[in-house]
Design a protein around this ligand. Structure first.
Ligand code: 13P
Length: 253
């Protein structure tokens, strides 16, 4: 596991201001687990409010438009989410790829725009069940990443990759330890090929898909897993902190 595991909650399209108390509770408790880096990506409407509450945790956005500004009704740019307090942005999530037809090329443009706005990136990748069953999951993910990784020389310093098999998201199913290990090794090899041994070796690779307080410790103990991207179990402080505690314990074992 990475020196400091990175546990990121993705609230997706959940949360109004009534959930600020959960964010506050997560932030205050995270101060007791300094060996773990904790972050939250609330919906865009809450970025600023959560940012104002947070003393310890990192705050990020779940998406941004590739352009800087202009006539794009309903969209928000990387500079806008940064202005609201985001320090990172999740890009290429399968719910954006599937629900909004996002291509690898578009995701690459968004990454470049987010880097230009000073944000860190969590780039998501992952295969569907048919691809996994066909035995081509690793080829598929490597192709996804190859087509969207930024060419910018120092991009690796601000990059995190999240492997989220689509069939494990919100289903209660997690990938097997062997499959997670093999996929994370394939991603590491690609990162090293793209950014060199030193920089490519330091990019954190998160696992996501039905991570909860019961399975976090086991998943985080798998080689090359540098943290977790958590959906449903990040919506309450109680559940999310169970994962943070698991990460902290995994560091000590
Ligand atoms: P769940 O943890 O709800 O499966 O969601 C994972 C995810 O998509 C995080 O980005």
């Amino acid at each position: 596991m990475a020196e400091r595991p990175y546990i990121v909650g993705n609230w997706k399209m959940n949360g109004t201001r009534t959930m600020l108390s959960e964010a506050r509770a997560i932030d205050r408790a995270a101060q007791r687990y300094m060996k773990v880096e904790v972050a939250l990506a609330p919906p865009a409407t809450l970025i600023h409010a959560v940012h104002k509450e947070a003393e310890q945790i990192g705050i990020g956005a779940q998406d941004c438009h590739p352009g800087e500004f202009g006539a794009h009704t309903g969209d928000v740019s990387a500079a806008m989410v940064a202005d609201a307090g985001a320090k990172f942005v999740i890009l290429g999530h399968s719910e954006r790829r599937g629900g909004h037809g996002e291509s690898n090329a578009l995701i690459k443009q968004k990454i470049e725009s987010a880097l230009a706005a000073g944000l860190r990136i969590i780039l998501c990748c992952g295969e569907d069940l048919a691809t996994r069953d066909a035995g081509s999951a690793e080829d598929f993910v490597v192709e996804q990443l190859t087509a969207s990784l930024p060419d910018i020389a120092d991009a690796a310093e601000r990059l995190t990759v999240a492997y989220e098999p689509i069939w494990a998201i919100g289903t209660g199913r997690t990938a097997g330890a062997g499959d997670i290990a093999a996929m994370h090794e394939a991603i590491r090899a690609l990162l090293v090929k793209t950014y060199g041994k030193q920089q490519g070796g330091e990019v954190r690779i998160l696992y996501g898909g039905s991570v909860n307080s019961d399975n976090a410790r086991e998943i985080l103990a798998i080689g090359e897993v540098g943290g977790a991207l958590v959906g449903g179990a990040s919506l309450t402080a109680e559940n999310f902190l169970g994962i943070v505690v698991g990460a902290s314990e995994a560091m000590e074992s």
